[in-house]
Every structure is written in C-alpha cells, then in structure tokens.
Design a protein around this ligand. Structure first.
Ligand code: IPE
Ligand code: IPE
Ligand code: MG
Length: 253
C-alpha cells in the first residue's frame, strides 16, 4: 500500500508570498532545540517532540524557499547527542528517512538540493541510505541547498581538517605558506559554502553547543524561547526581519 503524499509547490502557496528584499540572508543556520521539553510539557515521551519537530522542518524549508534563502543548514544530530539513551538516538536517527519519505517529492519539485555535513559514515545504515538516496536524487537541483548537520560537531570538524592539512603538507599537496583562513575553510565539512549570515536557536538556550564554531565568526545570532515543534513560518520571518535591521561591520566602522 503506498502512502499518500502531499504534493504541492511551495512557491504557489499564497499565504506567505515573500519577495526577496534587500538584505535577505543567503545562508541561515538553525539549532532546532526544545523537542524534549515540548513533549514533557504535554506529558508525552521525549520522542513525541522529535516526531512533531519534523513538520516544523517542513514549514521552515517552505518559508526558506519562499524567501529565496540560498542555504539552510539544520542542526539535526550532534556528536554529543550520542550521550542520550539508545532508544531516543534510534528514534532521532530514523527521522530523516521518515521526513524524506513524506517530503522528498515536494523538495524535488521545488528544486531543493539536499546535502549533509558531519561524520556521515558513522551513522546507522538506515539513516545513510535514505539520506544518500535524497542527495543523489537532488544533486542537479539549483534552488535552496538544504544542508543537514547530521552527526556534526564543530571540534570534530576542526580536528579532522587539521589532520587532513598535515597529511596534505606531508604529501606536498599543500605548502605551509599557502595556508590561510580561506584555505583552512576548504578543509571543513562546509567547504564551498558561504558562512551563515544568520543563526537561529529555538528552545531558549543561548549557546552554540558545538555548532559551526569557525563559520559563525561574524554571523548574526537570533534566539527565541519558542520550542522547535512550535516554530512557525511567522517566527522564521520575524528572525529575517530582525536580521534586516542589523548593521554588520566585520570589524570595520
Ligand atoms: C533538539 O531537541 C533535538 C536534538 C537535539 C536532536 P532536544 O531533544 O534537545 O529537546 P530539549 O532541549 O531536551 O527540550
Ligand atoms: C543542540 O541541542 C543539538 C541539536 C539541536 C541537534 P542540544 O539539546 O543537544 O544542546 P545542549 O545539550 O542543550 O547544549
Ligand atoms: Mg536540547
């Protein structure tokens, strides 16, 4: 029996037609936090919050497509999240497959390209296979880049980069003198992507939790107490509007 798939074109959904105004962030990164508390507030198991969070992901992807954002990086599972009970980890790591089963046709029809950052090879096969299928299916799309940070940790990423750099120097593929900050960036999982312009964290905590430490050097931060499963297109647009008021100086005047 095949599952009924909601098929629609995000751009044709009228309620939130947002024009690309000046100063729209090219790259938005989101720490999607507060799923467990959302569930606990309702007397539900934590996994109910993770499940509910999947529809918030779809809402935000839709809002990002409508706002002509170029890159959306979503912190989905951190290298520290392995500290959680196995049952919760298994549930979280099955969600990409569930999300893609429901929404991949919509993502394809909206020209979205899917990518990941993080230690992909250490993920369970059920996560890898579903995500790899979506990456392959969307690789030629040139609309929004939907980038899942999956088994991602910034310190792991930086150490990985340093090891790679040392090996390239040893093999004369890189000279020490040529190594500058832009070269260094090429060794990170985010190689080729612009740094995030805007970081959103839901769930009330004001910390980075090992997310994109290098890349967020000059990013604008926006925090909200809204728990991730309650996060809406309107919340997303509020963050965008506030970003548009910010003055970015990068150390200049
Ligand atoms: C974020 O929600 C999702 C992941 C970390 C995978 P949490 O599960 O951290 O929810 P809280 O912070 O405990 O409410
Ligand atoms: C950050 O949230 C990781 C993700 C959202 C995937 P956490 O809930 O793991 O962060 P801490 O533990 O509160 O710092
Ligand atoms: Mg949390």
């Amino acid at each position: 029996m095949s599952m009924k798939i909601p098929f629609f074109n995000y751009k044709q959904t009228k309620e939130l037609e947002v024009q690309r105004v000046e100063n729209t962030p090219d790259h938005i990164a989101i720490i999607m936090d507060g799923n467990g508390r959302w569930a606990q507030k309702r007397g539900l198991p934590r996994i109910a919050g993770h499940k509910e969070g999947v529809s918030a992901v779809n809402k935000v992807v839709k809002a990002a497509v409508n706002s002509n954002v170029k890159i959306l990086t979503l912190y989905t599972f951190s290298t520290e999240n392995w500290k959680r009970p196995k049952s919760e980890i298994d549930f979280i790591l099955r969600l990409p497959k569930e999300f893609l089963h429901i929404y991949l046709p919509d993502l394809i029809s909206n020209n979205v390209r899917i990518e990941t950052i993080g230690d992909f090879d250490s993920l369970p096969s059920y996560t890898r296979e579903a995500v790899q299928y979506a990456i392959d299916k969307t690789k030629d799309n040139d609309g929004l880049l939907l980038n899942f940070a999956l088994n991602y940790g910034s310190r792991l990423e930086i150490v990985h980069a340093v090891k790679q750099i040392i090996s390239d120097i040893d093999n004369s593929k890189l000279s020490i003198d040529a190594l500058d900050d832009s070269q260094f960036s090429n060794y990170l999982f985010t190689n080729g992507l612009s740094d995030p312009d805007l970081l959103i964290r839901t769930g009330g905590e004001q910390r980075l939790s090992n997310f994109l430490l290098w890349q967020l050097a000059y990013t604008e931060f926006w925090f909200t107490d809204v728990l991730w499963p309650d996060f809406t297109e309107e919340n997303f647009l509020s963050a965008l509007e506030e970003y548009q008021q910010r003055k970015r100086r990068y150390g200049g005047i």
